[in-house]
Ligand binder design. Structure first.
Ligand code: CO
Length: 308
């Protein structure tokens, strides 16, 4: 019997263009000379209502941008009028993915069928892994002024859709803040400049809140082949194109991320992730690989065994 020599099959290695460097090389040297990742398209969110009458903007998971693998949905909720959000999200089920809620301002209470309870305050993150099933409620606690935040849905790979549910309550103090002359980067999940964020995902992701001062510039690497987006929640920023408040930029899948501000500051909710490239079947709060699995989730929920 002869020995077989296997060629390298890692698609990230195979596809890496010559001018792109590894994350380590990037942070250590020559980052200004590496290639910029372009913008594939710009999307504006769609105002909608969800839960018991919460007014929000759906940015991913809308007719314009159905999903950006592995991200299934991105909502921004933000209002200084409690009537827009006070009804909250009373008990509802999920199966097959993770929800990541990041509060810029305001307080929300989370309770779920796995016995987890948490209070989300300013700058905190609630990371909920639905797995095979969870029933939870997300209810605002009225405070003065603005309540504002994001909810991101992150898909679970096929082999992990039926794992037991899990919950991470991440207070603001546990989120690393990387300060530079350009501004600050809050590292919610993933690796940034050799630091790891607290949010533990089942797929490879990078989730950041980037706050840039006027007349500043920021570069950072994202692995090739990963999908990436930046949602401008404050001010304006350039990245090849001018991006203004309320716009979501979908990046190309090669090169490094580059942001530059002119006369005003910018707040950017940024996420990148390794695509799963698996079939997606959605049915409301359930996201599986086939329609049959979604129907099974509805049946399990009706029979009271979703989380059993
Ligand atoms: Co929910």
């Amino acid at each position: 019997m002869t020995n077989t020599v296997h060629a390298p099959t890692d698609p990230k290695i195979m596809r890496r263009p010559k001018e792109t460097v590894t994350a380590e090389e990037f942070w250590n040297k020559g980052k200004k000379t590496v290639n910029k990742r372009g913008i594939k398209r710009l999307v504006t969110g769609l105002p909608t209502t969800d839960g018991a009458g919460v007014n929000l903007t759906r940015i991913i998971g809308s007719p314009e941008l159905d999903m950006l693998d592995p991200f299934l949905l991105l909502d921004e909720f933000g209002s200084d009028n409690p009537d827009d959000y006070i009804a909250g999200f009373p008990p509802h089920p999920h199966r097959g993915f993770e929800t990541i809620t990041y509060m810029l301002n305001g307080k929300w209470q989370h309770k779920d069928s796995a016995g987890n309870e948490g209070l989300l305050g300013d700058g905190s993150v609630q990371w909920m892994t639905a797995g095979r099933g969870i029933i939870h409620s997300e209810m605002p606690i009225q405070t003065d002024g603005l309540a504002r935040g994001f909810q991101l849905w992150l898909n679970l790979p096929k082999e992990k859709k039926m794992i037991p549910p899990a919950y991470q309550n991440i207070p603001a103090e546990q989120i690393p803040i990387i300060k530079t002359d350009s501004g600050i980067v809050k590292l919610i999940s993933g690796e940034y400049n050799g630091i790891s964020g607290p949010g533990k995902s089942h797929t490879e992701v990078l989730i950041l809140d980037i706050q840039l001062k006027p007349k500043s510039e920021l570069w950072f690497p994202v692995p090739n082949s990963w999908n990436a987006f930046g949602f401008i929640y404050e001010g304006a920023v350039s990245s090849g194109k001018l991006l203004s408040k309320g716009q979501l930029a979908v990046f190309e899948t090669e090169g490094n991320i580059h942001f530059k501000t002119e006369n005003i500051n910018a707040g950017i909710y940024f996420a990148a992730g390794e695509p799963l490239n698996e079939p997606v079947a959605r049915g409301g709060p359930f996201v599986m690989n086939t329609r049959g699995e979604v129907l099974q989730a509805f049946t399990d929920y009706q029979n009271g065994v979703l989380d059993k």
